[in-house]
Ligand binder design. Structure first.
Ligand code: ASP
Ligand code: MG
Length: 443
């Protein structure tokens, strides 16, 4: 069995959705996972926000506009009047939930309920059109198998048993389901956070022990550098799970970082493919790694660096634990760390608790905060051990002030923290030094 996930742009127009059905129908045993039609998730969130603000008339108008957009989309996609009517009934049923939320002041869980409609709309259109084309993908309701545990983490055992119960007795083994959406342990509608459809696909793959999970997007794989900033980047043919996870986390937007873990645990390869260029090889991610050296560079913006400077740190133990506890208390993950004898620098991505963190840290010493920083992350195999990479990296950065350097934390990653204004310059300089002036055995 394969799992194929298609993102919002891949199902963004009737023509694209048609193409996606063609791609998926090349397999007889397949679960297709779709995102909402591009833009819909944002619009649904906006409607939920409008309702919460009490702007009920505005919410009604927005909901009507979105429902019209859905009906227009389906009448362009579908051919027979019976399936157009089926789509309309399905859509009306879902948009009625929004009206209920508008009218019922005691409606709970408004945001998660409303945002779950996007995937339910797109997947149903896929289902209806597949029937019209004689391909009959069975509609699977993700809300009846995708569940979270008490920590709001995927309940793997539950997903496995509920999903197999749903699919094992079906004669056709072609299914269409929704990414992103799930239920929490109390049965309330929830989701896997923005961009979570990739994660859904990997969880489904792990639950059914799929042969492969394919993430279909609008670029031919993970690139060796940021194509928006650097010319002549290319897709990387092969990455290990660890390399892909680092790249996904540090900026390569095309893969949700959480989706690597379930695939890695279950030993299921991930393949990133391009819906617009289905014949391109894409990027294959497995437990094998191929080649050595730096394979890719990615950058993550909007990073905040925090430095705690204290003479109390000198020769002391327990100091770092106290510092880390502050971040734990404020549930804020730390990305990079560097230390000297009298100072520690850390970076965070989520600065929503910054003021409280700084106030708690100020008990330990002097605090410096730098915002608008970027982490530039170099990913590959054996970076830290391989002779010569350090000097190449530092040569490339000779004109750029480095705020932090993290080297040797893992054999897959070297990270540099810089002020974001230098990002384009650094990505290009690293590209020249690492990918053009040496032979890279990465493809
Ligand atoms: N539709 C959701 C989002 O826009 C999930 C996804 O596309 O992966 O975040
Ligand atoms: Mg995505």
């Amino acid at each position: 069995m394969l799992v194929l996930k298609f993102g919002g742009t891949s199902v963004g127009t009737p023509e694209r959705l048609e193409e996606v059905i063609t791609i998926a129908s090349q397999h007889d045993e397949v679960i297709v996972v779709v995102s909402a039609i591009s833009g819909m998730t944002d619009e649904l969130l906006d409607i939920a926000k409008t309702i919460k603000m009490g702007e009920l008339l505005a919410a009604k108008k927005k909901s009507k506009r979105l429902s019209d957009r859905f009906n227009k989309f389906s009448s362009r996609l579908l051919e027979d009047s019976t399936s157009i009517e089926a789509a309309r009934i399905w859509g009306d049923g879902l948009f009625a939930i929004i009206n209920e939320a508008i009218e019922d002041r005691s409606f709970v869980n408004i945001e998660a309920t409303i945002v779950s409609l996007g995937e339910q709309l797109s997947s149903y259109l896929f289902h209806l059109r597949s029937i019209e084309r004689g391909l009959a993908f069975t509609y699977l309701d993700a809300l009846s198998f995708m569940s979270l545990d008490k920590n709001n983490e995927p309940n793997m055992e539950g997903i496995r048993s509920d999903l197999s119960a749903l699919i094992e007795n079906e004669t056709s083994q072609r299914f269409i389901t929704q990414g992103f959406i799930c239920r929490d342990m109390n049965g309330a509608v929830s989701n896997l956070k923005r961009g979570g459809s990739d994660y859904s696909a990997a969880l489904i793959g792990a639950a059914i022990n799929a042969d492969q999970v394919e993430i279909w997007t609008d670029i031919s794989g993970m690139h060796n550098n940021d194509p928006r900033v650097v010319d002549e980047t290319h897709a990387i043919a092969h990455l290990s799970y660890d390399e892909a996870a680092e790249l996904a986390y540090f900026g390569a937007k095309i893969l949700h970082p959480m989706c690597v873990f379930p695939a890695q645990t279950a030993g299921i390869p991930l393949l990133i493919k391009n819906t617009m260029a289905p014949n391109d090889a894409g990027t294959y991610i497995s437990d094998r790694t191929s080649g050595t050296g730096v394979k890719a560079i990615a950058a993550k913006d909007n990073i905040t660096a925090i430095k705690v400077k204290s003479s109390r740190m000198l020769m002391a133990y327990g100091f770092l634990r106290n510092v880390f506890e502050v971040f734990e208390r404020h549930r804020t993950p730390i990305d990079m760390i560097t230390t000297s004898e009298v100072a520690v620098s850390l970076t965070i991505d989520d600065d929503s608790k910054l003021a409280a963190i700084v106030s708690d840290l100020s008990h330990f010493g002097e605090i410096e905060v730098d915002q608008d920083q970027s982490i530039v992350c170099l990913v590959g195999d054996l970076i830290a051990e391989a002779n010569g990479y350090a000097s190449q990296i530092f040569n490339a950065t000779s004109d750029i002030p480095l705020r932090m350097v993290s080297y040797g934390g893992s054999k897959n990653n070297v990270s540099l923290l810089i002020d974001s204004q230098h990002k384009a310059q650094l990505l290009n300089a690293l590209n020249t030094h690492l990918f053009t002036s040496q032979t890279v055995s990465n493809v």
